[in-house]
Design a protein around this ligand. Sequence first.
Ligand SMILES: Cc1cc2nc3c(=O)[nH]c(=O)nc-3n(C[C@H](O)[C@H](O)[C@H](O)COP(=O)(O)OP(=O)(O)OC[C@H]3O[C@@H](n4cnc5c(N)ncnc54)[C@H](O)[C@@H]3O)c2cc1C
Length: 471
Amino acid sequence: MPRKKEVVSGNFSKYDAVVIGSGPAGEGAAMKLAKSGKRVAIVDIREQLGGNCTHVGTIPSKALRQTVSSIIRYQRDPMFKKVGDWKQFTMKQVLRNAHKVIQQQVDTHSRFYDRNNIDVFHGRAYIQDKSTVLIFSDDGIKETLSFKQLVLATGSRPYHPQGLDFNHPRVFDSDKILDLDFPIHKIIIYGAGVIGCEYASIFIGLDHKVDLINTQHQLLSYLDDEIADALSYHLREQGVLIRHNEQIERLETFDDHVVMHLQSGKKIKADAILWCNGRSGNTDGLGLENVGITPNSRGQLAVNDQYQTEVENVYAAGDVIGWPSLASAAYDQGRCAGSNMSGEKDVKPVKDIPTGIYTIPEISFFGKTESQLTAEKIPYEVGQASFRHLARAQITGDTTGELKILFHRDTLELLGVHCFGNNAAEIIHIGQAVMQSGNNTIKYFVETTFNYPTMAEAYRVATLNGMNRLF
Ligand SMILES: Cc1cc2nc3c(=O)[nH]c(=O)nc-3n(C[C@H](O)[C@H](O)[C@H](O)COP(=O)(O)OP(=O)(O)OC[C@H]3O[C@@H](n4cnc5c(N)ncnc54)[C@H](O)[C@@H]3O)c2cc1C
């Protein structure tokens, strides 16, 4: 077990570095600082480590999705269908698996702190001045930690607009949805960003009716157009009703349903609403004013390339600094912050980040889109591999999907990799590795022997397809 310190009145401890928040950013920073020989403490409000990432964000949503994917897989497999009709699963049932995974993750991460001799405090951290953090427990008892350096890794929470009562049992955000414990048949998902689209996949996979309200004109407009179109097509095909360019006017709540009124005059009735429109940085009540740090209107902090805030000994990483708000990047940002704080030279900030979107089908990309390359007048060519032609996909039955590579038609340099379909988030890393290697050329995919049958074969197929277009 980690070296959990009981918060008792009047205790005072001295540290080289204190980290607030035990999500991926805080963990990345704490581990790096401890390995650099510093005496480190980490503070989190929760009774368990892991941050929002483990308790309400990445981990539960991905565990949920995995369960739903398995249900879909069995439903479509005639061999399993014969065993018996698949009953409808409730959210509560599928959440059981998620809670198991959360506990496993908490245990794993707790061991890291123990092994690295990092002291763990549970309570609300409040910055008193440039060298002191106070920790408040529920009953107000306080611990005082003095520090030379501080890392703010307090993460983010769902944005709550005025006029929506999130205490109503039928009004949910992405944190509260994990406690949904009554049956629903239809849900409104407001906000079609990554979280909204992922939950649309989960609920439609559970055979619920889903209205996905998008405030923009297309889904995830930063995706390659073809992939965004594929996502819209597949969500619609599964039964999701997507409404673009809509804005909420008001929400009426009743004991047994909700009615959303849109500014366009439409009215939608459902059993519940899941609000997925925006997140705010967790900076209020942190005492930032005591050290002269001012967050922006979304509660986010500005940092330089070293992840240092405007105050010299205070660093910040993860969702609390805004883009890209991904667990993957948060961990690396935390590590970079820790490296800079330890005096390491030439630490590169986290810039080239792959995108993984766990809708069903899954989406992932790295590098540039076709629209970007066209706007930049780069002479690129396209290579495509449809999953339905790959032996591995035919064996697993995951034939929906495509790998698309974009490469320079003269130099054969790989410029972008776009994938949708099962395991897209894994498949993309092969392209990423080649793009970031010293020898970035698509020739690698035809001159290298890959295991067979694998989904990696898609790279060879896409390369041959693309090369056929060259003249
Ligand atoms: C539904 C959902 C799905 C997601 N899916 C993915 C995904 O698939 N892949 C991906 O890369 N990212 C995903 N994300 C994003 C990812 O979860 C976040 O980017 C990540 O959690 C950010 O990590 P963090 O370390 O910045 O902070 P967090 O994980 O938010 O942790 C911050 C911690 O600080 C604590 N804290 C805050 N204030 C204080 C205080 N004053 N005192 C003490 N403790 C405090 C909080 O309680 C929390 O435990 C998802 C997010 C959501 C909501």
